[in-house]
Design a binder for this molecule. Structure first.
Ligand code: NAD
Length: 504
């Protein structure tokens, strides 16, 4: 990474036109408005530290206005009463608009978050559009059931007619993190809209730009006023108010485990529904029969993709002792070849981390690994004009209970350990407070499938990692949270089951 590569970067015209709209506003009841305090905060290009926009600093009062708009739109507005096919058509229009603006959205995501452009352009932004398309398909398929009963005490000559309905849960507060902002937002908004809910969206303070642009596109797609509302601002103010608000029916949260716990506490006032997509420390296992020509690059990609700022990052690698030296050498070689640079530079493979503060936190874990007796084979250093780049890092020889081996680092830091037996690796992989995802590399599908069944994880990939699809449920066990995004399971998060039992 050189300073020159950072200085040469400029986004395209559409992204520049969007950036020139700064200061960016809140979206409440169909209007773009300033925060009630009139305050803003700066958002930065993490590669350079340059200010790239001013974001409205929504406060509790703004959340109250947004919730009122969403509440009114749900209770009296047309959205929930709109036919499923009409909702489906609008969701398809949102997907069309995302696809039509894909380059702009990918550039904004890179500028705001730092990620290499290809991550947004080819994975996350198409993934966001796919969420709206998938749930557009499910909107007309929401159905209850008619249920035969064994009730014997109905009046003579009468019958029981019992059925269930699936009804929109109501006003949803969607709170999302900074690592993959647009696609994680789409994972909440698409099923919520398909179900007929109304929404108040609170993006992460470090990465609000694509949420603002997405809400512009959603408004353009023709949603009625008040169905989608956007309050940018700090988690401790806007986020906390949303989580505690008595008129919010459900919080759909993605973020850290500690914030997830705060949200559960805040939600208790009205016992709102909560789903939590939280942190992870996901194990990847290379079995003795793995094909190393795919397992080594696959395990490297599992941790280094998006700078390791991925909830399901394969940050603990367990390698069978017979392959250990070869795998360590192979992954170190890949780590050292990864080209760091500004995310918009065409040859960049890994951008900066989201902020210099986060880079310093990641680097502190590498120092802790050294203090705990670990061997750092490569990387670990912070660099760049804004001290935000962290070189891909490979660590071995750490005890399993060292901080770097068991806490979520959320950066490009891989800890490798060896194992002898399947029982041993199952015990080690499951010895974690997290249970989000896991990966297995093995040419023996039967053994790999049986191993997958023994791993405590919401998702297990075999001979791959991070294969996402809008149809595949993703979410955690243990302290990685509860509830699922994506797939039919996600739609259920936004629906309440009503039973109607009639004597007819
Ligand atoms: P974070 O918990 O700090 O913040 C997430 C969101 O919560 C932000 O919008 C923030 O403003 C808001 N927030 C902060 N305090 C709040 C409060 N008291 N009440 C309500 N909202 C509050 O997380 P982060 O650092 O932005 O994101 C990284 C974390 O997200 C990692 O732990 C990562 O594993 C997790 N993550 C999980 C998944 C998943 O699907 N399981 C996906 C992506 C990221």
């Amino acid at each position: 990474m050189t300073q020159k590569s950072v200085a040469e970067i400029a986004p395209g015209e559409a992204a520049q036109a969007f950036l020139s709209q700064s200061p960016h506003k809140l979206f409440v009841g169909g209007e773009w408005i300033n925060a009630s305090t009139g305050e803003h905060f700066a958002t930065h290009d993490p590669a350079t530290g340059d200010v790239i926009g001013q974001i409205a600093k929504g406060a509790a009062e703004d959340v109250d206005r947004a919730v009122l708009a969403a509440r009114t739109a749900f209770d009296t507005g047309p959205w929930n009463a709109t036919s499923p096919m009409e909702r489906s058509a609008i969701l398809h229009r949102i997907a069309d608009l995302i696809e039509a603006n894909i380059d702009e959205l990918a550039e904004l995501e890179t500028l705001d978050q730092g990620k290499a452009l290809y991550v947004g352009r080819w994975a996350e932004i198409p993934g966001a559009a796919a969420q709206f398309r998938y749930f557009a398909g499910l909107a007309p398929a929401i159905e209850g059931a008619s249920i035969p009963t064994s009730i014997t005490y109905q009046p003579e000559g009468k019958e029981i007619f019992a059925y269930t309905r699936k009804e929109a849960v109501g006003v949803v507060g969607a709170i999302v993190p900074w690592n993959s902002p647009l696609v994680l937002t789409a994972m909440k908004l698409a099923p919520a809209l398909a179900a007929g809910c109304t929404i108040v969206l609170k993006p992460a303070e470090d990465t609000s730009l694509t949420a603002i642009r997405l809400v512009e596109l959603i408004a353009e797609a023709g949603l009625p006023k008040g169905v989608i509302n956007l309050v940018t601002g700090l988690g401790s103010a806007a986020g906390a108010r949303l989580a505690a608000h008595p008129q919010v029916d459900k919080i759909a949260f993605t973020g850290s485990t500690s914030t997830g716990k705060a949200i559960v506490e805040a939600s208790q006032g009205n016992l709102k529904r909560v789903t939590l997509e939280l942190g992870g420390k996901s194990p990847v296992i290379i079995m003795p029969d793995a094909d190393l020509s795919t397992a080594i690059p696959g395990a490297a990609n599992a941790i280094f993709f998006n700078g390791g700022q991925v909830c399901i990052a394969g940050s603990r690698l367990y390698v069978h002792s017979s392959l250990y030296d070869q795998v360590v050498a192979g992954i170190v070689e890949i780590a050292q070849s990864i080209k760091l640079g500004h995310g918009l530079a065409p040859d960049t493979q890994m951008g900066p981390l989201v902020s210099p503060q986060h880079a310093a936190k990641v680097a502190s874990y590498v120092q802790s690994a050294l203090d705990d007796g670990g061997t750092v084979h490569c990387g670990g250093k912070v660099s760049g004009p804004n001290a935000s780049f962290v070189e891909p890092t490979v660590i071995t020889d750490l005890p399993g209970n060292a901080a770097a081996a068991c806490e979520e680092i959320f950066g490009p830091v891989l800890v490798i350990q060896s194992f002898e037996t399947t029982d041993q690796v199952v015990a080690a992989a499951n010895d974690s407070e997290f249970g989000l995802a896991a990966g297995i590399w093995s040419e023996g599908l039967s053994n790999a499938t049986r191993l997958a069944n023994r791993l405590a994880a919401g998702t297990v990939w075999i001979n791959s990692h991070a294969m996402y699809d809008a149809s595949l449920p993703i979410g955690g066990t243990k302290q990685s949270g509860y509830g699922r995004d994506s797939g039919q399971a996600a739609l259920e998060n936004y629906l309440e089951l009503k039973t109607v039992c009639a004597v007819v």
